[in-house]
Structure formats: structure tokens, C-alpha cells
Design a binder for this molecule. Structure first.
Ligand code: COI
Length: 388
């Protein structure tokens, strides 16, 4: 297990107030009366106990935003590296109306989770993978990006500072949302002259309102998610608003989410709006090969590795939509979604159903993944990062 570094502790001790940050931070939550936590204070008898929880009804958690105490912000001006990152009170930020991200969508986001273990540790799941993906995305979008170490360090600091918002074991996770935004002002279509890296967090549980019940997906005929040569393979913010209409239409018809086909032949499975997709046939597990149009999910990659380790024949390939007819099981993977079984997929008026009861491959794989993420299973892969 990779240990978190003690810098996190020192940096949290030296938290500064929001007013010292170059952005104007709108104090929309009355935070000025709340003391800045420090570990020194926490060790004194009158201070908040380190293990104290925020006032949240943990049994009611879904995937909505619960604002937490702190966010991390770091900036970078043209031709310079990111530097001077620090924690600030969670608050609105103010940016120019002509910021590149607002006008031209030059922005990337990530998602990762922190969990509490039964024995009181805090574990992050493969944050280096998110850091690397953000770096690759930044290259595609012509953006400056934080180094892998800066990214991981920022995530650790954000989680540590918001520790009281990490749900109790078994009640959910702290979802961590790093953003990279072209915040510099620009009028013509060109890269922003300034970038801002922000990390905020929110406690969450199940992504879908179905909870852990099987999903019912709808195959979209009109819209595609991404096309060859586009940016579907990177986590740009511009990949998400265009699918809202498809999701809304599917939800109106009672479906959980939309499954997209490839833009060229309209014949091969791509991904779901919020997650990657897998099909199971006997001992074979397949997922669409990433070819620039499919997001290289961290959970997707981890499940592929776990499945291989458990003796499944694992394949990344072009999956014709017709293969669904023969599939035993279908499941989705994603940081927010976890591993979710799919009960049915509907295309036009044809509904195909899959196995969702008894011994399920998706259940077995998810149990291993969650076991690693929550410290129940020993991490022999070096995936988990402990924060302390
Ligand atoms: C995630 O799983 O972290 C995502 O970014 C998907 C998002 C639609 C919540």
C-alpha cells in the first residue's frame, strides 16, 4: 500500500482563508464563523474529535451535491507551471465572462472516490490514474495541466480537509471532483492564457435512483456521443451536455440511461452516458475497445485487470449490437456508478433481458473492487493510497 505523505498534514495545518486567494470567492455559506481545522487544534481536548462526522443523514445519500468545507485551487498563467495551490473554503468562484471555458468549453473534469475502512483509515483509489488521464486530456485540449504529483497531492489535501464528510463504512464514499478550466479571458477561438485547477468533494452513495437494482438501458438511434477524430476519449466537459437531451428522453420513457452506438456504422456498442459497458458470455468478458471515442474509465481498466486475475477470458474489441442477444450478463462500470448490473437493453421496440439474479459475474467483480477500495481485501496491486 502506498502511504500518503506527511506534507498533506502540514499543508492542512497551514490553511489560509479564502480572502487570500486571487479569485474573489463568494462566501455563500456563511463560513466566516467556522474555525479553520488544524491538526494541532484537533489534538486538544476541547477541539473537534478527528473522527467526528458532518451532520449528514448518511442513510439518505444519493448522488446529489452536498457541499463540504474546503476546495483546493491552483492557478497557472501563460507559459508558467502550476504553482501556489492551496485549500480554500468551499465557495463560489468569480471568473471573467470571456473565460475560454465559458465561451469555448476548454475544460476537463475527473472523478475519484475516498472511502473509510472499518478500522478507521481513509483510502483513495488509484488517483494517479485520474491524474494521468487529465494530463492526456489537457494535451488534446491544448491546456496546461498540473503534474501527476500536484494532482494527487491536491486530491489528498482536499479529502483530508473534508474528512468529516467521508461517509461511515458501508454508507457511501467521498466523491472527489478535480476540474481543469481555461479561466483566462479570450475573445477569438484560441487556448486560454490562464488555467485553474480546482478540487472539490461531496459525499455520495448510489449514482442511479434505482440504487443497486439492475439498470434498464435505451439504445439511442438519433444522437451519438462521440465520433472518430473527436474528443470522446478524453474527459472534456464538452462530452457531457450534448447527451443531456438523450438522457432526458430515455428517462421520460422510464429508462435508467442511454447506451450509444458508434457514429460511423451505428452498429457497435460505445458507452453509456455516465459509464462504460461490459458484456458477459460464459467465461468471456468483453468491453468495447477504446479507439478515441470511448472514455478510458479507471474502473473499466481496474475491472479488466481484476477479471483477468480471476481467470476470465477478457477482451477489448468492437462489440456488434447484435451480440447483446447472446449475452448472459451486461454490466456498467464507472467511478460514480461502481459496477452496476443491467437488467435490460431496449432498441426501438425490442427489449433484451439479461441475468440479474443468482451468482453474477458483475457481483463477484464488484465485490472484489469494493473490497480493495474499502480495505477489506488486501491491496497487492499498489492501487490504494492511504491518507493520514
Ligand atoms: C464519474 O463516474 O466519475 C463520472 O465522471 C460520470 C459522471 C456522469 C458522474
Amino acid at each position: 500500500m502506498i502511504q500518503g505523505n506527511s506534507r498533506v498534514r502540514n499543508l492542512v495545518q497551514s490553511l489560509r482563508t479564502a480572502s487570500s486567494f486571487p479569485f474573489k470567492l463568494a462566501n455563500n455559506r456563511g463560513y466566516t464563523s467556522q474555525p479553520v481545522p488544524s491538526l494541532q487544534k484537533a489534538s486538544q481536548p476541547s477541539a473537534r474529535r478527528e473522527d467526528e462526522y458532518a451532520d449528514v443523514d448518511w442513510d439518505q445519500l444519493g448522488f446529489g451535491l452536498t457541499p463540504t468545507d474546503y476546495m483546493y485551487i491552483m492557478r497557472c498563467s501563460k507559459d508558467e507551471d502550476f504553482k501556489g495551490g492551496r485549500l480554500n473554503r468551499y465557495a463560489n468562484i468569480e471568473i471573467s465572462p470571456s473565460a475560454c471555458v465559458l465561451n469555448y468549453g476548454q475544460g476537463l473534469y475527473e472523478g475519484t472516490k475516498a472511502n473509510r475502512t472499518e478500522d478507521g483509515r481513509i483510502l483513495l483509489f488509484r488517483p494517479d490514474q485520474n491524474a494521468t488521464r487529465m494530463k492526456l486530456g489537457a494535451e488534446r485540449m491544448l491546456m496546461s495541466s498540473p503534474s501527476i504529483q500536484q494532482f494527487v497531492d491536491a486530491v489528498k489535501q482536499t479529502v483530508f480537509a473534508n474528512k468529516r464528510w467521508i461517509p461511515p463504512p458501508g454508507k457511501g464514499s467521498l466523491y472527489v471532483r478535480p476540474l481543469l478550466l481555461g479561466t483566462g479571458a479570450i475573445l477569438g477561438l484560441a487556448p486560454a492564457p490562464e488555467y485553474t485547477f480546482i478540487v472539490y468533494a461531496s459525499p455520495v452513495r448510489n449514482y442511479f435512483k434505482e440504487g443497486t437494482a439492475p439498470l434498464n438501458l435505451y439504445i439511442e438511434e438519433e444522437f451519438v456521443r462521440a465520433s472518430p477524430g473527436g474528443a470522446g476519449g478524453v474527459k472534456t466537459i464538452t462530452n457531457y451536455a450534448p447527451v443531456l437531451k438523450a438522457i432526458a428522453r430515455a428517462k421520460e420513457r422510464g429508462f435508467s440511461d442511454v447506451l450509444y452506438l458508434d457514429a460511423v456504422d451505428r452498429k457497435y456498442l460505445e458507452e453509456v452516458s455516465s459509464c462504460n459497458i461490459f458484456i458477459v458470455k460464459g467465461n468471456h468478458i468483453s468491453t468495447p475497445a477504446t479507439n478515441g471515442t470511448i472514455l478510458e474509465g479507471v474502473t473499466r481498466k481496474s475491472i479488466l485487470e481484476i477479471a483477468r486475475g480471476q481467470g476470465y477470458q477478457v477482451e477489448e474489441r468492437a462489440i456488434p449490437v447484435d451480440d447483446l442477444v447472446d449475452a448472459d450478463e451486461v454490466f456498467c462500470t464507472g467511478t460514480a456508478v461502481g459496477v452496476a448490473p443491467v437488467g435490460s437493453i431496449t432498441r426501438r421496440d425490442r427489449r433484451i433481458e439479461f441475468k440479474t439474479e443468482g451468482s453474477l459475474v458483475s457481483k463477484e467483480l464488484y465485490s472484489t473492487l469494493v473490497g480493495l477500495q474499502t480495505g477489506r481485501i488486501e491491496d497487492k496491486k499498489g492501487w490504494m493510497v492511504e491518507i493520514h
